[in-house]
Design a protein around this ligand. Structure first.
Ligand SMILES: [Zn+2]
Length: 294
């Protein structure tokens, strides 16, 4: 996969030739002078022959000419098995080489790809869509996004570009209202919404509030391990009087999971001010939803 940057190559050649000529000025003159007449004579006498020969050679070895292309194609077809074998034997080497080559020329590749993409956008998107519809591809994509490092990466990316994504989906919703309305009427989506609603109702009924990504058991464990002491002011309040606080506020990218949750007394929690979401909720009493504004 050679990368052809004609302009750069020419520039480099010119530079190199100039340098070579300067460095070997005397030598070249001496050498050329000795054979000057001889060469000139030979050229004069064999002009037609030389011209023909070089023309033929150009044709023969120019990788752009149709003949050479055809020849290469035929060669590849007749030596398919061999090259496959060769590739298999040297797979690691090839991979390494390609990777290194890509890393070195990444900028150029991307630039070229971008240009190509702009020119063939519709075609590429259509092809990709068709390709992604295949079952095995679907599964591969699914598997890819289940990898923990990918999950972590996309989560981070989402958090960093939250505004952008929100804006985008808002725009999409506004522009495709009819489409969404229609989609919500499909049996599949109806079923999904029904299940979601059911889950929410069960949570409210049994737990008393909508959990995020943490469970009532985790919060209870946290209460027990706190011994009723607020970790911020170190005073005793009783486990049931501690309130749930997000260490890193959700508004500032914090997650709604147990790792990001601590139990503070009401006073410490409110002194955190707008750095928390302002809600105190009691998840134990009566099993009922009970929200209290701070
Ligand atoms: Zn406190």
């Amino acid at each position: 996969m050679p990368y052809k940057d004609k302009e750069k190559q020419k520039e480099y050649q010119k530079k190199y030739q100039k340098k070579y000529r300067q460095e070997n000025k005397g030598k070249r003159k001496k050498y050329y002078g000795r054979y000057k007449e001889k060469v000139k004579k030979y050229y004069r006498e064999n002009k037609e022959k030389i011209k023909k020969y070089s023309k033929n050679n150009r044709k023969k070895y120019n990788y752009k000419s149709p003949e050479v292309k055809q020849r290469n194609k035929e060669y590849r077809q007749t030596h398919k098995e061999e090259s496959k074998e060769y590739y298999q034997e040297n797979k690691e080497k090839f991979k390494k080489y390609n990777k290194e080559f890509y890393q070195e020329n990444r900028g150029k590749f991307l630039k070229n790809w971008k240009k190509y993409y702009q020119e063939h956008k519709g075609e590429i998107l259509k092809r990709t869509k068709e390709h992604n519809k295949k079952q095995e591809v679907k599964e591969r994509i699914k598997k890819y996004f289940q990898r923990p490092e990918v999950k972590e990466k996309s989560k981070k990316y989402y958090q960093e570009n939250q505004e952008y994504f929100k804006e985008k989906s808002k725009k999409y919703r506004q522009e495709n209202q009819d489409k969404i309305k229609k989609y919500r009427q499909t049996p599949k989506e109806k079923e999904r919404m029904r299940r979601k609603d059911h889950k929410r109702r069960i949570q409210i009924k049994h737990i008393g509030f909508q959990t995020g990504n943490y469970t009532i058991i985790q919060i209870t464990q946290l209460r027990i391990s706190s011994n009723g002491i607020c970790p911020k002011c170190n005073r005793y309040f009783g486990a049931e009087n501690l309130t749930i606080d997000h260490k890193q506020p959700i508004s500032k990218g914090g997650g709604n999971n147990i790792k990001n949750i601590q139990l503070l007394c009401k006073s410490c929690n409110s002194s955190k001010g707008n750095r928390w979401d302002g809600m105190i909720f009691d998840e134990i009493k009566g099993g009922k939803q009970k929200w209290m504004k701070n």
